[in-house]
Design a protein. Structure first.
Length: 463
């Protein structure tokens, strides 16, 4: 596939789509020759599946931390399900776009599906232990007066990276820096997949305030600013201001796939463990599915669990069809950067989806079992950050290992070398020194974070 090598944006929609699906790999300078039986975007998917950060999602919270039921989703199963929905969305949209813009010579409908499937697969790869509560815990720890940021005298965007700490930005760092760290660009995924992954294509702080859904959070740390710029330029994204771009069009479909899954599937999980009644869940899903005229087999199913599973599948299928149609109807505005809304908000069943969202916040996300463990998780993450930041600070200030306090001599060996600087001593750059401590804690699974905390606090001993 030919791609533009300049920063000038193509003028036609067909040319823009060719650029948006550039096969260029981040950190790779030579031309990428695709395999005859496996596209570069399918290779992206495989690289993510085989990386250690993806495997760790199996023990990271989706909604119910450390759930005792193996039926309830975790981040790994959620990511796999979102990836399936994303592939269906992308392929449906790609089929129309390839025909509409005569892209058959360079693109196939499956390329759109593969890009979105890979981006969906990785969309939660940067989440810390205990889900969004873990993000809040890290932000609160970093922002405390007289804490790490004040001691290190961090300011500007570097400081905002921590006070606004984001799993999305951590995800980009995982994919491009922490996994395969000896490579420039980490996993060296295609720019197309990375930018479809980037739902919030902006830094934690920009020169001017920006509005729109895509700036509610941020998508990269200052440590990856040049990598993000390189990937955004490669696919021809529209720069709004220094450090911020309009979304890659396929990022809207990645967001939709994630939203479809967590709104529908969280409801199913809640019914399974009794947080919401099966009858209420069934009624809501039936509306989203399109009623009994579409859910034609419902009358033949008696078991509540099976009825909900069937309606969940029908609801997701109906939303995939509808979101694909909405995206295609908004194509020009999306490609030109004039659209910055949530596709799901335009659904014909938007009122029911909003009702599901409200129910989720009222009964599911604040369920006692979830809140108790999340509260404990906040204590765990704060405690681990206290311990390792203190150890790293003490070791950095000591001229030799032997002269460092005993705490740092004991704890520093527990940090893998990639979370230290050269010579296995803390990084000289204060921003990177703190970021690497956060990297270490953020990469832990729920269970490992709890176990390590208990051992370091003397609550339990190994073995």
């Amino acid at each position: 596939m030919k791609t533009s090598t300049t920063n000038e944006l193509p003028t036609t929609l067909a040319e823009r789509w060719r650029r948006f699906l550039s096969p260029r790999r981040l950190g790779v300078t030579e031309h990428v020759v695709p395999a005859p039986d496996r596209s570069v975007f399918q290779q992206d998917y495989d690289r993510i599946v085989f990386c250690s950060a993806f495997r760790r999602l199996k023990d990271k919270t989706q909604v119910f931390p450390l759930a005792q039921s193996d039926y309830v989703r975790n981040r790994l199963t959620h990511s796999l399900e979102a990836s399936c929905v994303g592939r269906s969305l992308g392929t449906a949209v790609g089929r129309v776009l390839v025909a509409r813009h005569r892209l058959e010579d360079v693109l196939h409908a499956s390329d759109f599906g593969a890009v979105i499937a890979a981006a969906c697969l990785a969309h939660d790869i940067g989440n810390p232990p205990f889900g969004h509560a873990g993000e809040d815990a890290i932000r609160e720890w970093c922002a405390q007066p007289g804490g790490a940021l004040d001691r290190l005298k961090l300011a500007g965007a570097q400081r905002a990276d921590f006070t606004r700490y984001e799993g999305n930005a951590q995800g980009f760092r995982v994919l491009t820096t922490l996994q395969s760290p000896s490579n420039r660009g980490g996993l060296q995924l295609t720019a197309a997949t990375l930018m479809a992954f980037a739902k919030y294509p902006c830094a934690s702080m920009t020169e001017t305030p920006l509005d729109g859904r895509s700036t509610r959070k941020f998508g990269y740390f200052q440590s990856e600013a040049s990598l993000f710029h390189e990937a955004a330029t490669a696919v021809g994204m529209i720069e709004r201001t220094a450090g911020a771009w309009r979304r890659h069009p396929l990022a809207f479909l990645v967001e939709a796939a994630d939203d479809i899954c967590y709104r529908i599937v969280d409801l199913e999980d809640a019914a399974r463990i009794g947080v919401v009644s099966a009858k209420d869940v069934e009624a809501l899903l039936l509306v989203v599915a399109g009623g009994e005229t579409r859910a034609t087999r419902l009358g033949n199913i008696a078991e509540p669990k099976e009825r909900i599973e069937y309606l969940r599948a029908k609801a997701i299928g109906r939303l995939v069809e509808e979101i694909a149609e909405i995206f295609l109807s908004r194509e020009t505005a999306i490609v030109n950067g004039d659209y910055d809304e949530e596709l799901l908000s335009e659904s014909q069943v938007g009122a029911t989806l909003e009702q599901i969202r409200e129910l989720s916040h009222e009964k599911i996300y604040i369920a006692r079992s979830a809140m108790e463990i999340e509260a404990a998780g906040c204590e765990v993450l704060s405690g681990l950050l206290d311990l390792f930041f203190a150890a790293v600070s003490e070791r950095f200030a000591a001229p030799t290992r032997e002269s460092a306090p005993i705490r740092s001599r004991v704890l520093i060996p527990l940090l893998p070398s990639q979370f230290l600087g050269s010579g296995n001593v803390p990084d000289a750059d204060p921003y990177l020194r703190l970021l690497k401590v956060v990297d270490f804690v953020c990469g832990m699974t729920d269970s490992y974070a709890i176990t390590l905390y208990r051992r370091l606090k003397g609550i339990e001993l190994p073995g």
